[in-house]
Design a protein around this ligand. Structure first.
Ligand code: FEO
Length: 176
C-alpha cells in the first residue's frame, strides 16, 4: 500500500498532467485559429499523451490501494503572439514537469517506496524525450524566423505526427 505522503504528491502530479493536457489543448486551439493546422494537430497529439500520463498515475494509486483526490485546474493562457512563443512555453512547461517528476522520485526514495520506482523511471525517460522534442521544435522556429515558407514547411512536417489509435482528439475518429 502506498504511504500518505507519496499518495498526496502523486495526486498533485495527476493535477499537473491534466493541466498539461489542458495547456496543450489550448495551444492547439490557438494554432488552428491561425491556420497552422499541422502544429494544431501536433498539439492535439501531445494533449492526448498528457491524458495518458494522468491516467497512468491514477491507475498506480488505485493499484497501490491509495486515495485519489482530483484537484482544481488553474486558469490557462489562451493567446500567444507567435508559434515560436507557443513552443517556447511548451518547452518551459516540460522543464517544470521534469522538476516535479524529480521531486516525486525523491519522495519515493525517502519513503522507501520501491514499488513506485518503475513508473517514476518511465516518467523520467518520457520527460527526457519531451524536453528534447519541444526544445528542437523551438530551435527550428527560431531558425525559420519571419520566413513564411519555412513556417509552412514546418507546419506540414509537424502535421505528420500520428495519433494514438482511437484518440478522441483526432477529428476523424471523433466524427465516426
Ligand atoms: Fe506529462 Fe509532458 O509531461
Amino acid at each position: 500500500m502506498i504511504g500518505e505522503r507519496l499518495n498526496n504528491a502523486i495526486n498533485e502530479q495527476i493535477k499537473n498532467e491534466l493541466e498539461s493536457y489542458y495547456i496543450y489543448l489550448s495551444m492547439a486551439a490557438w494554432l488552428h485559429s491561425k491556420s497552422l493546422d499541422g502544429m494544431g494537430h501536433w498539439m492535439r497529439c501531445q494533449a492526448h499523451e498528457e491524458m495518458i500520463h494522468a491516467m497512468k498515475l491514477f491507475n498506480h494509486i488505485i493499484d497501490r490501494g491509495g486515495d485519489i483526490v482530483l484537484q482544481d485546474l488553474k486558469q490557462l493562457k489562451t493567446q500567444w503572439s507567435s508559434p515560436l512563443e507557443v513552443f517556447q512555453d511548451a518547452y518551459e512547461h516540460e522543464k517544470f514537469i521534469t522538476g516535479k517528476i524529480n521531486d516525486l522520485t525523491t519522495i519515493a526514495r525517502e519513503e522507501r517506496d520501491y514499488a513506485s520506482e518503475p513508473i517514476l523511471a518511465w516518467f523520467s525517460d518520457e520527460q527526457t524525450e519531451e524536453e528534447a522534442v519541444s526544445s528542437k521544435i523551438t530551435a527550428e522556429l527560431e531558425m525559420v524566423g519571419e520566413d513564411k515558407s519555412g513556417l509552412l514547411m514546418l507546419d506540414r512536417e509537424l502535421g505528420g505526427r500520428a495519433y494514438p489509435a482511437g484518440s478522441p482528439l483526432d477529428p476523424v475518429a471523433g466524427a465516426e
